[in-house]
Design a protein around this ligand. Structure first.
Ligand code: UD1
Length: 338
């Protein structure tokens, strides 16, 4: 069965394509290469023995989206990763984010509602919870006002899908709210490829470890947490990828309880910034050069997932430890700087 993966050459997308192909799905990737490299296709092929179909295209062109769905009229499901994700950039360029993350979503849904039955998986984020009042965060925790246009696109994106599902019973959708995806495939043939200076913690750590960056800035150590640094739920990207296959399979098997569902994807374990640094030092045998600086505006104190719903309903559980994830991130960093 053919599955479309938009943004399939990106970090989470490429790992998901691998898991889909390992499960026997035929994958069609759509990517505009704005934040990905075509060479990722070779990595996917080296791992799975199969090259996915690749359509280089920008989904902001509505006529191209229509043409795509005409060409591929035998699609079993679609996993939609393609989106912009830099919080700071979204503040500078809100319209780019609304067009890329919401305009495109509307175009795809307009095509899906024409079908007799459609299965749709959406990349959402734990950012929709803002600073949740209680930990761990369950799916019923309230959605808080977004801190950035990026965060808003995830909230509004979910609303667009939910509203569309209400009046289109043949459209079946699952929004997956990711916590913090890190790491790389164990083959180290694919991994994260941040362009420019990484905004996220783990690629910044590994780039500092390899000598590409001088020093990691730890954004604040006076938070109300055990060691004063912020706490997040770091999940191995391969675990996350497998959750997409489980979610898709749920829709294909028509096992979903309603035609719009939401799941948290995390490990359930919170780790502080200092714990992530310690983990890096353990698995790499290197001391990391870091300095505590001012807090970063917009950071929440802590966020980690209640994983019960994903465990029980999707039948999926994250398996990798923080050390496993950090080890794979470090192996990958060493490989790409070779
Ligand atoms: C960030 C976004 C989130 C988005 C996610 C996508 C913010 C506020 N949140 O999540 O909306 O969904 O990326 O990948 O930008 N840290 C440092 N030094 C660094 C980088 C990070 O100390 O150089 C700390 C941060 O303060 C935070 C933790 O590391 O406590 C994780 O940061 P990051 O990787 O940017 O993820 P989030 O902020 O959780």
């Amino acid at each position: 069965m053919k599955i479309v993966v938009t943004g399939g050459l990106g970090f989470i997308g490429s790992h998901t394509v691998v898991e889909l192909q390992n499960e026997g799905f035929e994958v069609v990737i759509i990517d505009n290469l704005s934040n990905a490299d075509e060479k990722v296709l070779e990595g996917i092929e080296a791992i799975t023995g199969k090259k996915p179909i690749f359509e280089k295209m920008d989904l902001r062109d509505k006529s191209k989206v229509e043409a795509f769905f005409e060409k591929y009229n035998d699609i079993g499901g679609i996993i939609h990763f393609a989106a912009s994700k830099a919080v700071g950039e979204s503040v500078e360029k809100p319209l780019l984010y609304y067009e890329n993350n919401l305009g495109v979503l509307v175009y795809i849904l307009q095509e899906l509602v024409k079908k007799e039955r459609a299965s749709f998986i959406f990349s959402s984020s734990c950012t929709v919870y803002g600073q949740a009042d209680t930990m761990p965060i369950t799916e019923s925790a309230p959605v808080k006002p977004a801190e950035s246009p990026y965060g808003n696109t995830k909230q509004v994106g979910e609303e667009i899908i939910s509203d569309t599902c209400k009046v289109n019973s043949q459209l079946n959708a699952i929004a997956l709210r990711y916590f913090n995806p890190i790491g790389a495939h164990s083959s180290i043939k694919i991994g994260e490829l941040p362009i420019g200076v990484p905004q996220n913690l783990v690629p910044f750590i590994t780039q500092t470890g390899i000598g590409l960056r001088e020093q990691l800035s730890v954004f604040g150590d006076d938070y109300p947490t055990e060691d004063g640094t912020c706490v997040r739920d770091y999940i191995h990207v391969v675990d996350l990828a497998k959750a997409h296959v489980a979610a898709l399979q749920r829709l294909l098997d028509q096992k979903n309880d309603s035609n719009y569902e939401v799941f948290n994807l995390g490990t359930g374990k919170g780790s502080s910034v200092l714990e992530v640094i310690q983990s890096f030092e353990r698995v790499s045998g290197k001391k990391l050069n870091y300095k505590v600086v001012e807090r970063r505006p917009g950071d929440v104190v802590q966020a980690y997932a209640d994983t019960e719903k994903a465990n029980d309903v999707l039948g999926w559980k994250a398996k990798s430890s923080l050390d496993d994830s950090m080890k794979s991130a470090w192996d990958w960093e060493q490989k790409i700087r070779d």
